[in-house]
Ligand binder design. Structure first.
Ligand code: SF4
Length: 219
């Protein structure tokens, strides 16, 4: 059963204007709305087939995504693919994107270590995420982790108490709240990792079963 809760408007009320994802991506390639474009290899925009019902939103591209220019192709993306498969959700039928479109990292020798985007960067980049949702008009958005949740629903909605719930922001598609798959990769305790992975698959399965609320017609 879906647990519904009313929440305030999504963070980005003003967003980019474009007719298609291709046009939007083209616009975003020149984005300088925050500083993250300076050190990244390239923008990593969302991708998916033309018509989808479900949009998956992660945090930001990682090292492999930055190099390839595609979202969720690194270790967390491969784990996401396996969990989607177990949940019965076909990634090829989803649009996959991130709250922040450029890779933020800290150089450490030859490595580039993931660095969490801050609130200002997430707000700036919601300009693109909001426009993606306006064009796609999905029946459900899956927030993968706290940064995605912040971008979609603002600072008052927290991941832990809302995990596994479907929230209904005003004038936006419903949002299913769950963890980011990279969280599973960081858990050291095997039993805990198994439990969290099982819960993650269970959360994703709610997207498969989701039916939009019917709005009663006025008498
Ligand atoms: S991270 Fe987002 S807002 Fe910042 S430069 Fe890249 S596309 Fe623009």
């Amino acid at each position: 059963m879906n647990i519904a809760a009313s929440v305030g408007p999504a963070l980005a009320l003003e967003v980019a204007d474009a007719e298609s994802i291709a046009e939007l991506r083209h616009q975003a390639e020149g984005c300088t709305r925050c500083d993250l474009y300076r050190n990244a290899t390239q923008i990593v925009f969302g991708e998916g087939p033309g018509k989808v019902e479900i949009v998956l939103v992660g945090e930001q591209p990682g090292d492999q995504e930055d190099l390839s220019g595609r979202p969720f192709v690194g270790p967390a993306g491969r784990l996401l693919d396996r969990c989607l498969d177990e949940a019965g959700l076909d990634r090829q039928r989803c649009y996959v994107t991130n709250a922040v479109k450029h890779f933020k990292f800290t150089p450490r020798g030859k490595r580039r270590l993931h660095s969490k985007p801050n609130a200002g960067e997430i707000k700036r980049c919601a300009w693109w995420l909001g426009a993606e949702l306006n064009i796609i008009k999905p029946k459900l958005v899956v927030a993968l982790g706290a940064s995605a949740l912040y971008a979609l629903l603002g600072p008052k909605v927290k991941l832990k108490p809302e995990r596994g719930h479907i929230l209904y922001p005003a004038n936006r598609p419903p949002v299913l709240v769950t963890i980011h798959p990279s969280y599973l990769l960081r858990i050291r305790d095997e039993a805990e990792q198994r439990r969290q992975r099982r819960d993650f698959v269970s959360d994703l399965h709610k997207a498969v079963e989701f039916q939009p609320l019917k709005v009663d017609s006025q008498p």
